[in-house]
Design a protein around this ligand. Structure first.
Ligand SMILES: [Zn+2]
Length: 115
């Protein structure tokens, strides 16, 4: 379900047996509460590492850590194959996204990930 105002993916929120849908962008919730709402996001996300021609050793290291592979395999992922992870929940996706961003790795997440 998409938000009518901003077209972001709505989050299913279960409160006391009632199911509500809220938008993580528009809803006027305090920031701390918004952060907790990720736990109610029941979407499964697919993260992909995109290929890149220009990378350095630190990126290889990050990829090998994230994927649990050696540098040779990490090199192949960055240059040729990319990598698609199995579907993950929102919390796992956010953790992975954080690591990828720290390593300046190019990635893609579907559906749109707003956390
Ligand atoms: Zn919205």
């Amino acid at each position: 379900m998409k938000c009518k105002k901003c077209n972001n993916e709505m989050i299913k929120y279960v409160a006391g047996g009632d199911v509500e849908y809220i938008c993580p962008v528009c809803d006027e919730e305090p920031a701390t509460q918004i952060d907790n709402l990720i736990e109610f996001d029941s979407n499964q996300y697919i993260v992909k590492i995109l290929t890149i021609s220009d990378y350095d050793k630190s990126m290889l290291k990050i990829i090998s850590q994230i994927c649990g592979c050696n540098f040779l395999e990490a090199k192949r992922i960055l240059e040729e194959t990319g990598k698609e992870f199995k579907p993950m929940d929102a919390l796992e996706t956010r953790n992975l996204k954080k690591k990828l961003e720290e390593g300046k790795v190019q990635y893609d997440i579907s559906p749109d990930f707003n956390w």
